[in-house]
Design a protein around this ligand. Structure first.
Ligand code: FAD
Length: 498
């Protein structure tokens, strides 16, 4: 594949420059390239995929973050690949997915919900009731409260009686029962898909995301690891004559102002870091964090006061501690385990109100054996944390390792089988991907979700934004949100004059 850091590819005329090769930027570029636009994607890092990328080490292919995908082959990440399949007959790398069941741990209970759960799948519904009633270490009243809440959510989904945009998940769950145990169990899946506490996450997004996961019967993971998604997109872009250039950091977006104050400023191109050259194009798409677009690349110009106020007030999601653990033997049979609670905020950690934190564990080499050398295993373990708790990093690493030990067969001591271990914390995520190391950019709170999200259009003519930070009315988990945003941004560009 022609992925390159060679700047000679820049001596062309471009219709659109995309700043950032995250999922949003690559999706947008792929849709535009398929429609015949001449595109170039400029990426500051030495790899593509942004927060959803992989690296290789000693025979292992490792995801930077810890990812599970809610819709996989049936969702927005696959749409552009499907569109390209009918157009391109080239050697574009395929994007193949595997679906897998969820394992949810709560206290000493392990749930393996049989999916899909819906009124139309009575047998699975019946089995779920059985699982809840046989939970160990949980009071009878809590079990019934959990069932009542689950049926309440199902009824709410069908009836849509209350305006869920104005409630957070905790407020919605309190309508069904006062049982904290029932609320915590349901909220654990909210933690996982939003990277913010349930008392901040908007109930409408929670409902849409969870019911789509349940309807589609599980969670997905791509063959080849997370990096396979970006590789497939870059294959589409290059197959259509576009370029994706790594090690090309953009320092400034170049804008020209009209002498007439009634005419909006318009895009001229971009200036690369440490180079004098301006790469010209009439249209630029920023796939970087929204605040960084305004503060760094636009040098705090061109936004009206109302927008500046909104940008300054943006609240981001929590960050994470992620361990990449290479094991010299195959220890785990599971593929994906959620051990509740998976988020630690400054308040919950200080007050000790949370039980011992759990974590999210993805044994990626159990999806795709090629991600680890034969007979070995790769585990990605993660915990959502407030960046302000960074000084507790070592304690969190210990918590994750202890949880991993508990998930292993009793005869195996995990520490004896660790070949190597890498750690990615808020500081590392921030230095690679920016904005306080946020897992899913701007938090989907009641104040910032759906109609209140940042738009893809900006006040500068020809300047657009895409990624998990933008796209009015969009919802979804990080990567899928970014892919929808990239797709919609491309449609907008194709329909507008600039
Ligand atoms: C630990 C962790 C766990 C996650 N878990 C999940 C999960 O389970 N499921 C899920 O769907 N999502 C998950 N996410 C979120 C998901 O990865 C992101 O929401 C998604 O990848 C964001 O894509 P994006 O295109 O918006 O931005 P990004 O991935 O941030 O891409 C932006 C790109 O722009 C580049 N860039 C920035 N500045 C410049 C510049 N000046 N010049 C050139 N390039 C620049 C960056 O290097 C980056 O490559 C997780 C993220 C993390 C960190």
């Amino acid at each position: 594949m022609g992925l390159t850091s060679n700047s000679s590819a820049l001596d062309k005329q471009f219709d659109v420059i995309i700043v950032g090769a995250g999922i949003g930027g690559l999706t947008c570029a792929s849709w535009l390239a398929l429609q015949g636009k001449k595109v170039v994607v400029l990426e500051k890092n030495g790899f593509i995929g942004g927060r959803c990328a992989s690296y290789t080490k000693q025979g292992f292919t490792v995801d930077y973050g810890i990812h599970a995908f809610s819709l996989g082959a049936k969702g927005p990440l696959q749409e552009v690949v499907r569109a390209a399949e009918s157009r391109l007959k080239k050697d574009t790398p395929p994007l193949l997915w595997q679906r897998f069941p969820i394992v949810l741990k709560f206290h000493q209970n392990v749930f393996r919900p049989t999916l899909p759960i819906s009124y139309s799948h009575f047998w699975n519904l019946f089995r779920t009731v059985g699982i809840v009633l046989s939970m160990k270490g949980t009071k009878r009243s809590d079990k019934f409260a959990l069932l009542k809440s689950m049926f309440g959510l199902l009824k709410l989904r069908i009836g849509r009686q209350i305006p869920l945009e104005s409630l957070n998940v905790q407020e919605m769950l309190q309508k069904f029962s006062a049982s904290e145990v029932a609320q915590q169990i349901i909220a654990s899946s909210s933690d996982c898909v939003s990277a913010i506490p349930s008392n901040r996450f908007v109930a409408r997004d929670f409902m849409d995301i969870m019911f789509n996961i349940l309807k589609n019967g599980g969670i997905w993971y791509p063959k080849g690891g997370c990096g396979a998604i970006a590789r497939a997109y870059s294959g589409i872009i290059e197959g259509c004559g576009g370029s994706v250039l790594t090690d090309h950091a953009v320092e400034e977006i170049m804008v020209e102002e009209d002498p007439d104050p009634n005419v909006p400023p318009h895009i001229v191109g971009v200036k690369l870091k440490n180079e004098d050259k301006v790469i010209s194009a009439p249209c630029v798409v920023a796939n970087i964090h929204y605040r960084e677009l305004y503060e760094n690349l636009l040098k705090k110009r061109f936004f009206p006061d109302s927008l500046v106020k909104k940008v300054n007030a943006l609240e981001t999601a929590l960050s994470a501690i992620v361990l990449h653990i290479a094991l010299d033997t195959e220890v785990y049979a599971e593929k994906f385990v959620m051990d509740s609670p998976m988020l630690l905020t400054k308040d919950s950690y200080k007050s000790g109100s949370n039980r011992t934190p759990g974590g999210m564990f993805v044994i990626t080499s159990n999806f795709d054996h090629d991600l680890a050398p034969p007979g070995k295993q790769l585990v990605i373990a993660g915990l959502g944390v407030d960046p302000a708790l960074i000084h507790e990093k070592n304690a969190f690493v210990q918590i994750l390792l202890e949880k991993l030990q508990k998930l292993a067969p009793p005869s195996i001591q995990i520490k004896d089988h660790i070949e190597w271990m890498d750690m990615l914390g808020p500081a590392e995520i921030e230095s690679l991907f920016g904005e306080k190391g946020a897992v899913i950019g701007i938090a989907s709170t009641v104040q910032q979700a759906r109609s209140k999200r940042m738009g893809s259009r900006t006040p500068v003519n020809g300047l657009y934004h895409c990624g998990d930070d933008s796209g009015i009315d969009l919802w979804g988990v990080g990567t899928e949100l970014a892919a929808k945003s990239g797709r919609n941004c491309a449609k907008l560009i194709l329909n507008e004059e600039w």
